[in-house]
Design a protein around this ligand. Sequence first.
Ligand SMILES: C[S@@+](CC[C@H](N)C(=O)[O-])C[C@H]1O[C@@H](n2cnc3c(N)ncnc32)[C@H](O)[C@@H]1O
Length: 363
Amino acid sequence: MNALAELLRRRIAVRGPLTVAEYMTEALTHPKHGYYARRDPLGLSGDFVTAPEISQMFGELIGLWCAVVWQSMGKPSPVLLVELGPGRGTLLGDALRATRDVPGFHQAVALHLVEISRTLRERQAETLGKANLFRDPTWHDGVADLPDGPSLILANEFFDALPIRQFQRVAEGWRERLVDMDDRPPGLRFVLSPVIPLSPLIPNALHDTPIGGIAEVSPAGLSLAHHIGDKVARFGGAALILDYGPARTTSGDTLQAVRGHRYHDALVDPGNADLTAYVDFQSLARAGEEGGAAAFGPMPQGDFLVRLGLNARAESLLIAADNRQAREIRAAQQRLADPAQMGTLFKVLALQNKTLPTPPGFD
Ligand SMILES: C[S@@+](CC[C@H](N)C(=O)[O-])C[C@H]1O[C@@H](n2cnc3c(N)ncnc32)[C@H](O)[C@@H]1O
């Protein structure tokens, strides 16, 4: 049993079982033992690969999306360009390179990165510094620390890392799925709470979940979407949220652990495997609207990227590519947009100030 599992068992012994959200929070963000505390998990040598790491085209198209929305906002200066969980900084690096020639855009941008991982902050500084793309980004631990002002906010594979609570439908109502100690390896196990009045926490669409079915709620995700909706409504701007999950609120257990590109038991070796859950886009859109924003989407990532010009960008990269590069460009284009790969499971949601026109890709 690792140090974090021991620590969680001691906490459970004193305070009782943890919610799945509490377990995820500790496993992902514990300052010493959490998954994101010490490592760079991205890439082939890590645990997973994200869209910006697959191809420069992804960040480039999103950069151009930002520039067009900024123009539709009346070109405010400064404008906060915020990324939540920027990983290695690859998306921003590509986005900024692609927008170098947009008159006034770089001069207007103040770069703000929300990142808890000190290791990844160093990678982000390296990526942006190496490309000589941007001076002095400001890092924050959370969105609450961001300054006020018109903003363009990007979040790719960020919401799936936010903690969820899980509830199981039983004949008498709902019980919460909790993490308790176990005498047998791995030392932790899932248990169910007693039946208590949990139904106010269950999304409306899931009240008819069949007996045995699981409903998931991400209070952290919903409050973040509400905060973003409020921010763009009050100060102007837009947010683009890209992640995986169904377009409509759906029941099911989607908590998953991944290590070395393989599925892993979520309770084994906490802090050493990535833990994620599907993003409930319908509820995020609603939370953003309740914050005061207009919501667009969710739309499948493949359709969105093609509408932004993925195929044309691939063709232009192919002109100067050798055979190996051409194969890589084609493979990346497919991986990002093909319905059998990331094209359909991944969705895109925009939350923006109600005075702005429909954002690119959503018309
Ligand atoms: C799955 S990675 C995605 C990285 C990047 N957006 C990409 O697409 O390559 C999640 C990112 O969010 C950061 N992160 C996770 N949970 C966080 C939290 N609660 N607050 C701030 N950053 C967080 C991680 O350190 C990492 O940079």
